[in-house]
Design a protein around this ligand. Structure first.
Ligand SMILES: Nc1ncnc2c1ncn2[C@@H]1O[C@H](COP(=O)(O)OP(=O)(O)O)[C@@H](O)[C@H]1O
Ligand SMILES: [Mg+2]
Length: 254
């Protein structure tokens, strides 16, 4: 195991702010679950409004990277910087990062039991009332409008995924972090979610898409970052990955 780096002080490397080239930037990020060193120095940049596919085999560190970016307690970030539109997220708590504009849609979707679809959305708006209106959300997700009085946890898998994305949009997010949104869904539902992600992109929102269905993700994304054992092994155009058999076979098993 590599040597553990001590907790980062506030204002670490303030110079990076002046040189940060991108809208969203992760710089030399390191994170641990207890003693397990998982995120091992990850860096990448995203331009505003881009979709970045974050790929890699099972266990490569994709979920851990999203969690570290969203400033959740686990894994614990010991070093690195995360910048969103000149705000340094790496010194923030998760709720502060959320207010700064991050929206994490976790793999398990986290629909709140006992609340209707609409109440799930309204709850997000109580926390942060400046996001999308219900009308705007329902325009994007007509299925949610039809089911707005239904309890959220009784929706189908695809509808729950839509609700989870809609709930992020109900706040005023700038960057959407999606962890395997297509998992367990029929291709026709994936088509629907993909269409929605294109509209979200057209609204100027920046997306990091973690997906096992790499071909789908690469066809949607502008750029791709491939992880292997917690480090970046590829950073470039999504199209290039689709065309590069060696890369696909070695890191994506497709
Ligand atoms: N809560 C945890 N505690 C300890 N190790 C974990 C935990 N979650 C994930 N890991 C380990 O971290 C590594 C990366 O996992 P993860 O980020 O979930 O990968 P991916 O999302 O790419 O499949 C794996 O080796 C996994 O076993
Ligand atoms: Mg994962």
């Amino acid at each position: 195991m590599a040597e553990k780096v001590l907790d980062i002080p506030k204002n670490i490397n303030a110079n990076h702010a002046e040189t940060a080239p991108a809208y969203f930037s992760v710089w030399d990020l390191h994170a641990y679950y207890g003693e397990s060193y998982i995120v091992q120095g990850i860096s990448f940049n995203i331009h505003e409004g881009e979709i970045l596919a974050l790929l890699g085999r099972n266990g490569a560190g994709k979920t851990s990277t999203l969690r570290a970016i969203a400033r959740l307690d686990d894994p614990m970030v010991t070093r690195g910087e995360i910048w969103l539109d000149h705000q340094h997220l790496h010194t923030m708590k998760s709720h502060e990062a959320a207010i700064a504009g991050l929206g994490l849609v976790p793999e398990d979707r986290r629909i709140i039991p006992g609340l209707t679809v609409e109440e799930n959305l309204q709850l997000a708006q109580i926390v942060e009332p400046v996001g999308w209106s219900l009308d705007r959300i329902y325009e994007l997700f007509p299925r949610l409008k039809e089911r707005r009085k239904q309890e959220g946890v009784t929706l189908s898998g695809g509808e729950q995924q839509m609700l989870s994305i809609a709930r992020a949009l109900a706040r005023d997010i700038k960057v959407l972090l999606l962890d395997e949104p297509y998992e367990g869904l029929a291709p026709v539902i994936v088509d629907e979610i993909e269409k929605t992600l294109r509209i979200i992109k057209a609204q100027g929102i920046t997306t990091i898409l973690v997906e096992q269905n790499a071909v789908r993700a690469l066809n949607l994304a502008d750029r791709a970052v491939i992880l292997d054992t917690g480090t970046v092994v590829y950073d470039g155009s999504a199209k290039e990955v689709l065309e590069n058999e060696t890369l696909r076979a070695e890191y994506l098993a497709i």
